[in-house]
Design a protein around this ligand. Structure first.
Ligand SMILES: *[C@@H]1O[C@H](CO)[C@@H](O)[C@H](O)[C@H]1NC(C)=O
Ligand SMILES: *[C@@H]1O[C@H](CO)[C@@H](O)[C@H](O)[C@H]1NC(C)=O
Ligand SMILES: *[C@@H]1O[C@H](CO)[C@@H](O)[C@H](O)[C@H]1NC(C)=O
Length: 220
């Protein structure tokens, strides 16, 4: 009897190990979002596509968020000068998000933080940036004072330059935002489906995540 029990226990143990080994081999899709904080299409993509999709298949994603977008920069004797497509406020929000992202390694936290800010801006574009930062900084466990200080100081500029260099390096050259790279790749077809993030991601993951079964809009 005892021996039978031990055999069963051993069997269960092996079965668990096999399951773990199998799960460890699951696929990962790298998703890199190049965006800027005040562009309406970026907000729509983050709030209505990426964030909800991430809740379903986040375990399969390797997420990279790069706020900068169509900003321009150049360096003079006075230091860096950065101009954003939607003006200084966008530069500030880009930096606020970059500062938060730089203070955290957990991508669940990153997407929640960025979503929190983008949702707040979308709901009330005239809201005070300090209040929005205060509302969202708790998600990363850093004080809003620290984030604002980073965003308004030299660190914020450095993070923008870094994101600018990364954005400029994308091939083919980014023509507009949002631009989403899947495993470091994008093309016209993938871009057309930015309003169906889950559809693209599931396709590229060969429908492996459970959440991918019975998707309404099959694509590509
Ligand atoms: C991250 O979120 C996913 C679901 O999207 C969840 O399964 C996973 O446990 C979370 N990971 C951490 C470290 O919180
Ligand atoms: C870059 O420098 C030129 C002149 O040197 C200036 O006219 C332009 O506004 C600058 N652009 C940015 C984004 O700083
Ligand atoms: C773009 O990439 C997707 C996924 O690899 C592929 O299915 C599609 O045919 C490509 N489209 C073009 C125009 O190359």
């Amino acid at each position: 009897m005892i021996r039978n029990c031990l055999t069963i226990i051993a069997f269960i143990f092996v079965a668990i190990n096999i399951k773990c080994a199998y799960e460890a081999k699951k696929q990962t899709l790298k998703v890199s979002l190049y965006y800027e904080t005040l562009c309406p299409f970026c907000m729509a993509f983050i709030n209505e596509q990426l964030y909800p999709g991430y809740q379903k298949i986040g375990d399969y994603l390797d997420l990279e968020l790069i706020p900068y977008g169509n900003a321009r920069r150049n360096k003079s004797n006075d230091g860096w000068m950065i101009e954003c497509q939607h003006g200084p406020k966008e530069c500030l929000y880009n930096k606020i998000e970059a500062c938060g992202l730089a203070r955290n390694e957990d991508q669940n936290v990153s997407i929640s933080f960025v979503y929190c800010i983008q949702k707040a801006i979308q709901m009330d574009p005239s809201a005070n940036y300090k209040l929005i930062t205060k509302k969202c900084s708790g998600i990363i466990g850093v004080s809003s004072t620290e984030i604002i200080k980073c965003a308004e100081g030299e660190e914020g500029v450095e993070l923008m330059v870094k994101n600018g260099v990364k954005t400029d390096a994308v091939q083919p050259e980014i023509q507009g935002v949002p631009t989403v790279l899947y495993n470091d790749y994008y093309n016209d077809t993938l871009e057309e489906y930015n309003d169906n993030f889950l559809g693209i991601a599931c396709k590229l993951l060969n429908d492996e995540p459970n959440a991918c079964t019975n998707l309404e809009n099959e694509i590509l």
